[in-house]
Write a protein that binds this ligand. Sequence first.
Ligand code: IMP
Length: 198
Amino acid sequence: MKIVFATKNRGKVREVQEKLKEFGIEVVPIDEVAEVEAPEETGKTFCENAYQKATYYSEKLGMPVIAEDSGLEVKALGGKPGVYSSRFAGENATDEENNRKLIEELRKRGLENSPARYVSFIFLAFLEKAGLWSEGEVRGRVITEPRGTGGFGYDPLFIPKGYGKTMAELPLKEKNRISHRGKAVEKLVNIIRLVKKL
Ligand code: IMP
C-alpha cells in the first residue's frame, strides 16, 4: 500500500516513512508525485490545518493524501508557538531562528526549564472532503541551552518526560517510539485497519 504525504519537511517524511514501514505501508513525499502549489495555512488549530492541507492535495491529485500539522506548545507562553511553530521567528524562518526566538522568550521570563508538549494532528483525505484523522502528543519541558544534532525543529530544546536527553540526542528509532507524530501515525494505522474490517 502506498500513501502520498503532503509535506516538504524531510524530518517529518523520515519519521513517518520509518514508522509506516513497520506496517507495510510505503510513504511517498508529494514532491516525488507532482508539483502542486502549496495552499495558504490559515487554520487556528492543528486539526484545521491538517484537514485543509490533506483535502486540498487529495482533490488536486485525485488520490488519497496524508497531511500532518504539528507544533510545540509551551505552557508559560500561553501555548505558543503552537500553530505558528514553523514561523515563530517570522515567515520562512529557519529552525535555528525559531529556536533562538524561543530561547529569548523563555529567558525574558527567567524560565530555564519549562513544561511543554509537542502535538501532531494527522488527516488522511480520500473521497470528497472525507477522511480519517488522529492526534498524538508527547509531554516534556523546554530548556534554553540547545543539545544534540538529531531530529529537527525544536528538538535540541525539548526533553521528553522521563528522559534526561533532548529529542535531538535520541536515536531516530527512539524518538519515533515516543513522539507525538509516531503516536498519531500508530493510531491512524489502527483506525485504517478497523475501517478495512467493516
Ligand atoms: P508544520 O509543518 O506547519 O506542521 O510545522 C511544524 C513545526 O512544528 C516544525 O517546523 C517545527 O518547528 C515544529 N515541530 C513539529 N514537530 C516537531 C518535532 O518532532 N520536533 C521538533 N519540532 C517539531
